[in-house]
Design a protein around this ligand. Structure first.
Ligand code: SD4
Length: 336
């Protein structure tokens, strides 16, 4: 018997027996009509993730939900799809390296109980998101970085992978030729379908989120972005909603971006308004907005969602019972 069905059974006696035999979504729907029910509204199964590469990841997440899976499993499995795609240059081992040719990966995950795990500066492991979950579930810590994260991953036998891959190495050599001055400011490539962040609301009314990236291409060695930082790249509060970020991590960290979005929702803003206000705060904190692309997506407890970016061009992948599409996000500025 699933959690929802078990709770229903104890709460509602014989009626609960009947409810326990129906699908969780249907059961929740029936419960909304019962006075005093703990369900404020029907949880609306929703998967939302950054960029159009999220479409494939959403499919995987949806499969997990369709077999009565938890949001936590859905976000992990979902973004693993993107991490496995060696043609993706911004997520997983197929991603671009730092200036010295090392592909260093950042990821984090957070569940409905506010449990969280994170890895940063991890090399040579295929699924950083699973290592982040492993840290959450098997240690007393939230975050492991660099060699410590790698040792943990090897101890727990997470799959290894060789990086950079051949094509990426070739690109990096070209980049090196053109960028002899290693301290020249590299630009973040807004056309390069960045980081995947995913938020899921499951049939039990629970939220979880995951975020994984190879980070800023040709970053300084040792640089860590927002993506593995709970509150910056990702934040989940099961009472309110969840948010995640993509874009220039330094700017997102400065305003504790994803936490800010969730707190705005707590104050009554819709997910869309909350994302917009967080983007406006980023804009207000920076004198120079050149190449400063950042975006947020958000999902509330009831399945309302939103997305907003500094510059035009950000989109996100949405999957619900009714919709399965890439949504062009609203934005503040055009590139021209
Ligand atoms: C970072 N936020 O490392 C990530 C990269 C990204 O769009 O999302 N780029 O700063």
């Amino acid at each position: 018997m699933s959690d929802l069905k078990r709770r229903t059974f104890f709460k509602l006696g014989l009626f609960g027996v009947v409810l326990s035999l129906v699908k969780p979504t249907k059961a929740a729907e029936l419960l909304t009509n019962i006075k005093g029910s703990r369900f404020a509204a029907t949880p609306k199964r929703t998967v939302i993730s950054t960029w159009s590469h999220g479409m494939e990841a959403n499919e995987t997440a949806w499969e997990v939900l369709s077999s009565n899976g938890r949001a936590l499993d859905a976000v992990e499995k979902g973004v693993m799809t993107t991490e496995s795609d060696m043609s993706n240059r911004s997520v997983g081992a197929g991603g671009r390296p730092d200036r010295t040719g090392h592909v260093t990966l950042d990821a984090c995950i957070m569940d409905e109980k506010s449990r969280c795990g994170s890895v940063a500066y991890l090399e040579g492991i295929k699924h950083p998101i699973s290592v982040a979950r492993g840290i959450m579930e098997n240690t007393q810590h939230v975050m492991l970085v660099g060699d410590g994260a790698r040792d943990f991953a090897l101890d727990y036998e997470y799959e290894k992978v060789k990086s950079p891959i051949k094509e990426v190495k070739k690109d990096w050599r070209e980049w090196k030729k053109e960028n002899k001055d290693l301290f020249k400011k590299p630009t973040i490539n807004h056309e390069n379908h960045d980081t995947i962040g995913m938020l899921v609301l499951d049939d039990y009314g629970n939220l979880s989120g995951a975020c994984t990236t190879s980070g800023w291409a040709y970053k300084m060695p040792g640089r860590v972005g927002d993506s593995p930082i709970i509150g910056a790249g990702l934040f989940v509060d099961n009472e309110v909603g969840a948010a995640c970020a993509t874009g220039l991590g330094e700017a997102i960290i400065r305003i504790a971006g994803s936490h800010t979005v969730v707190e705005l929702m707590r104050q009554g803003k819709s997910p869309q308004e909350a994302c917009k206000l967080a983007v406006e705060r980023i804009i207000s904190k920076h004198d120079d907005l050149t190449n400063l692309q950042c975006a947020f997506i958000a999902l509330d407890k009831f399945g309302n969602y939103g997305g907003y970016s500094v510059y035009k061009g950000f989109d996100f992948a949405l999957k619900t019972d009714e919709r399965n599409e890439v949504v062009k996000a609203d934005y503040n500025l055009s590139w021209e």
